[in-house]
Design a protein around this ligand. Structure first.
Ligand code: PEP
Ligand code: MG
Length: 573
């Protein structure tokens, strides 16, 4: 049988027997406790908190990746949260709840209020909180954590589960685990972010997965094509094994070109840069041959904690990146909050359409200390590397004047304190609203560089919420209107002799490379792992041919026709 629907997160092939991961059910004692047991229950709770923190610290110490460690710092912060812990103790004292029932009650209430928030990012944190709750209750009841005995006979296995929590995926370092399939999950969950940085294939959101797959079924995952085979016959097995071999050969070949320049057959140079969040490994950027960072999403620095990062904390983070990237450009995007990115320690208004509401630069205007602190940290760190500052969600020239004023004010403050910074740091913006696209030429006169955020530009141009699965079939960065808008932006920026890049997901879409080059893009910024593939495509293209194909595409008025041309011209078939 073949299941073909799901969302492929990390790409590759995996072969193995199904291991159905059932999340153990934990029984909770809901009976009222006796008054003279109150102190004992409180002590049980407090010991459990200490034990759970110790366990998370132990897991953290085993993890090498710094950004993954931060996730566990976030868990520890929640465990130390005074207000949650006091609520739990009060339930034990005043309502005679058992320790485990009190934990369950308080944390469930937190989860219920999170569920009401119409926001995917926050909702994704629920699996983190459930993980914490489970661990506290296990420790209250002194249940021995069963180490999952994945593979006694060293068989390769594929984990099949409703969902996988971030701490589970980090703990799965058994080398027999070859792949993950889940019924639930989302692209921006921590589990997905962590899986992307490993090479283990993960496909999420597979409908009725647990009904379709039984224990020990033989599974093949091809997440490059988003295909899952269940108990395939020998003929299919051999076919996929051959595809896998070809895929490995391609990866090997791609590794060889990492150090070669990104240049078309007729000598046109394109810069390939990396997108990073706080969670991505900088080594991966260098290993994949990126010429710099085209998008550093700084909001990850603000997440998984319970207060704003201080100027000093931010300074250290930016300085570290600056040093490791040597003199390569680092485009730091100022914190892009709101929309689908919220902070538990910051009050956001209830809005009907948060993506059209209090977001990004609009927040800076009301909460100037947020942007001023960040700008100070970036400017101070600028002496260690080659920083460029990029602002998100711009819609008008007034906003450009506002950010310039904020930068000027910050520089004055730093000077007063005799703090050093680079004088001529380049200032740019994301073009991710139709409004900025339409006035691109005017913006180009005021700013140094530009990057098209196709993820948001698509949702604002087509009026299609980028996180709404009901209408996701309409979300298409290659619709004719988007292609013409991208053309307009590139042409208008070029008129002022300025450079333009793309840092939305479209940049890593291999079938679009020919079109983006034909439209005249100067730089592409994408997740590090996609860079070798796109470089290979560019090195095998001529700009003359790309322009010819692009002319043809521009003359078409439906996506169907455009897609047909792009499919016919994919170099990596
Ligand atoms: C974009 O909108 O294309 C972009 C790169 O920013 P983000 O995905 O962080 O909104
Ligand atoms: Mg955006």
């Amino acid at each position: 049988m073949i299941i073909e629907k799901g969302t492929a997160i990390s790409k590759g092939y995996a072969f193995g027997n199904a291991y159905i991961l059932k999340n153990e059910k934990i029984s909770i004692n809901f009976k009222k406790i006796k008054l003279n047991n109150v102190e004992k229950e409180i002590e049980k709770f407090l010991i459990s908190i200490k034990k759970t923190i110790k366990e998370y610290k132990k897991i953290k110490s085993k993890i090498k990746n710094k950004d993954k460690k931060i996730l566990f710092d976030g868990y520890i912060l929640i465990l130390n949260d005074k207000s949650i812990n006091n609520d739990i103790i009060n339930l034990i004292k005043k309502k005679l709840f058992s320790a485990d029932a009190a934990v369950s009650e308080v944390i469930n209430k937190q989860i219920d209020s999170i569920k009401k928030i119409k926001n995917e990012y926050i909702k994704e944190r629920i699996s983190d909180i459930l993980d914490i709750k489970k661990k506290i209750i296990i420790n209250i009841n002194n249940i021995k954590y069963k180490d999952i005995n994945f593979s006694k006979n060293n068989d390769d296995i594929i984990i099949i589960s409703k969902d996988i929590s971030p701490s589970q995926i980090i703990q799965f370092n058994n080398k027999n685990i070859k792949g993950f399939l889940t019924e639930e999950g989302s692209i921006t969950s921590h589990t997905s972010i962590i899986a992307k940085s490993t090479k283990i294939p993960l496909i999420i959101k597979i409908k009725n997965l647990l009904k379709k797959i039984k224990k020990n079924d033989y599974i093949i995952i091809d997440s490059t094509k988003n295909i899952i085979y269940i108990n395939p016959n020998e003929k299919i097995k051999n076919k996929v094994k051959l595809e896998y071999k070809l895929y490995n050969e391609k990866i090997k070949k791609l590794k060889k070109i990492k150090k070669l320049p990104t240049i078309t057959k007729d000598g046109y140079k394109i810069k390939l840069l990396a997108n990073i969040g706080n969670n991505k490994d900088i080594n991966n950027v260098i290993k994949n041959g990126a010429e710099g960072i085209g998008l550093y999403r700084t909001e990850f620095l603000f997440m998984n904690r319970n207060s704003f990062p201080t100027e000093e904390e931010q300074f250290e983070a930016y300085k570290e990146i600056a040093i490791s990237m040597k003199n390569n450009p680092i485009t730091i995007r100022t914190v892009d909050l709101g929309g689908d990115k919220f902070l538990p320690y910051m009050n956001f208004p209830k809005e009907n359409i948060p993506y059209l509401g209090w977001r990004s630069i609009r927040i800076y205007k009301d909460r100037k200390e947020i942007i001023q602190t960040q700008l100070k940290a970036i400017l101070r760190a600028s002496i260690y590397g080659n920083f460029k500052i990029m602002f998100p969600m711009i819609i008008s020239m007034e906003e450009v004047f506002f950010i310039k004023k904020e930068i000027k004010k910050t520089k004055i403050k730093l000077k007063q304190k005799n703090q050093k910074f680079k004088k001529n740091i380049k200032i740019g913006i994301m073009i991710e609203t139709p409004s900025a696209a339409i006035i691109a030429n005017k913006l180009a006169k005021e700013l140094d560089f530009f990057s098209i955020g196709t993820n948001d530009l698509t949702q604002y141009t087509l009026a299609v919420d980028r996180n709404n699965s009901i209408i996701s079939y309409l979300y298409n960065p290659l619709s004719p209107s988007m292609i013409h808008l991208i053309k307009l932006i590139i042409d208008e920026i070029h008129k002022e002799n300025k450079k333009i890049s793309i840092c939305g997901e479209l940049a890593s879409d291999e079938k679009s490379t020919i079109l983006l080059l034909g439209l005249g893009i100067d730089e592409l910024s994408m997740d590090s792992n996609s860079i070798p593939n796109i470089k290979n495509i560019i090195r095998n293209l001529s700009i003359k041919h790309a322009k010819k194909i692009t002319e043809k595409i521009l003359s078409k008025s439906t996506f169907k026709e455009i897609n047909k041309i792009l499919q016919e011209n994919i170099l990596n078939k």
